[in-house]
Design a protein around this ligand. Sequence first.
Ligand code: ZN
Length: 290
Amino acid sequence: MSIRLGSIEAGGTKFVCAVGDENYQIQDMISFPTTTPQATLQQAINFFSQFPDLAAISVASFGPIEIRPHSPQYGYITNTPKAGWQNVDFIGPLKTAFNLPIVWTTDVNGSAYGEFILAPEALQSLVYYTIGTGVGAGIVTNGDFAGAIGHPEAGHIRVKRHPADLDFAGICPYHGDCLEGLVSGPTFEARTGHPGKEVPLSDPVWDIMAFYVAQAALNTTLMLRPQRIIFGGGVVSEPFLQKVRSEFQILLNDYVAIGDLTQYITMPVAANNGSATIGNFALALRAVTK
Ligand code: ZN
């Protein structure tokens, strides 16, 4: 018998809701713009109300979010820069509408878990970075997420500055030149006046980006020693990752063994940014079967 599982991928610009089965096959899917919390959550509830046999829902949300189960604000989006979404109870309305197990995690954790499930060979650990409008990372260790008093914010780590990039102050509103402030999608516009799509890979700005992303991979390697580091998001392409691998190799200097570099630093397995939906199905299934 098939188990019906729900997925909400809650992004700052759009929501993707899906139902699927225990083999992670999508049965139905809808996407709509992120407007007010009330209207957007109601659209998600309306979608899932069509499926009375739903067994669980997993939510992978933009953040920051409250993940401590005993916090009065568990299930809330907290101090997000997204207008109208500060201190919003996300899980409460879902709990009211559906008497089901509801999993609550970050968007990057959802993607990380999807890639953990989809890996061609069984893994114990991986780290998934997204480099797009923002930068974030989901960390899976021994099949669970890292983070106790909150989720990791690896997008905001500090990196050593590239000598040819010292004039650029960075664009993170909190830290200026943290990783996100130096490599997120909008940095192309800030550095060159052009969106990233229009900046050819031959432009030196891509080498500067690779220098920073390779440091993120290095620090991740040294701190966590995962089996795989995956880079997804709009900024990332295979040719860009080739630059990242070259820089990474120089920085690591064979200090520790990481296996085949092209397998170690990779693009996502899931097509069309589908990692989070798969991850949600797997997390919802885990909530039902555990
Ligand atoms: Zn920052």
